[in-house]
Design a protein around this ligand. Structure first.
Ligand SMILES: Nc1nc2c(ncn2[C@@H]2O[C@H](COP(=O)(O)OP(=O)(O)O)[C@@H](O)[C@H]2O)c(=O)[nH]1
Ligand SMILES: [Mg+2]
Length: 206
């Protein structure tokens, strides 16, 4: 059991997260301050990881039904800092016109959103680096946006396979010449929360 004073989250603003705005179009994005975005394929565990980070189970709606979020959701941490929940897709089920719309919204956000300091990509530790993930990774690399990979649902597998998945992902990134940090995580038992907080703190520093 951690001493509450040693728990990084107690000293931080993540617990103060409040819903700010849902944006369907780029002209609705806030344009000042600093923000960190969370991306991930539907059902990867994105909403749960944001809720765990903010210690607030009701902040982002978590769901067993994939693909319900279509908007860019902004949450404020304090007057200048924000977390952003990006829409994810289960590609197989999405009509081409909708996929195109999503691609336009994502590329506009990643290329033009000045407050954006980094992107956290959420992947199920058992199925990392699918086509969706590679697309996000390539976009971030293209726009020179720092990226942090979160291998979540680590509680679903034992320690050894967790480490194997971590090494495998790191190796694949290296082969593709991608400079990204990677960690294991679990929203269920909060494994890796301190590492995530450390990463975000660095991005949120002025
Ligand atoms: N065991 C376990 N289940 C998780 C974890 N994170 C998410 N889930 C479950 O995975 C499903 C999808 O999670 P959600 O956060 O809604 O995914 P999103 O679509 O990426 O936002 C839900 O049933 C969650 O309860 C985790 O770390 N461990
Ligand atoms: Mg979600």
């Amino acid at each position: 059991m951690q001493n509450p004073v040693d728990n990084p989250i107690d000293k931080r603003y993540y617990r103060q997260a409040r819903f700010l705005i849902s944006a369907a179009k780029a002209n609705q994005f806030p344009c000042d301050g600093i923000e960190v975005a969370f991306a991930g394929r539907s059902n990867a565990g994105k909403s749960s990881s944001i809720n765990t980070l903010c210690d607030n189970k009701g902040l982002c709606r978590t769901s067993k039904t994939p693909g319900r979020t279509r908007l860019v959701n902004f949450f404020s941490l304090d007057e200048e800092r924000r977390l952003v929940d990006l829409p994810g897709y289960g590609f197989a089920k999405v009509p081409p016109a909708m996929k195109k719309q999503w691609e336009q919204l994502m590329t506009t956000y990643l290329s033009e959103q000045k407050p954006l300091k980094g992107l956290v990509l959420i992947m199920d530790i058992r199925h990392p680096l699918n086509d969706y993930d590679w697309q996000m990774i390539r976009w971030c690399s293209h726009y020179e946006l720092p990226i942090h990979l979160l291998l979540t649902k680590a509680d679903k597998i034992k320690n050894n396979p967790q480490q194997q998945s971590l090494f495998k992902v790191q190796k694949q990134l290296k082969l593709e010449n991608i400079d990204a940090s990677v960690q294991t995580f679990s929203s269920l038992n909060k494994k890796g929360l301190d590492t995530l907080v450390e990463k975000l703190d660095a991005w949120f520093e002025r």
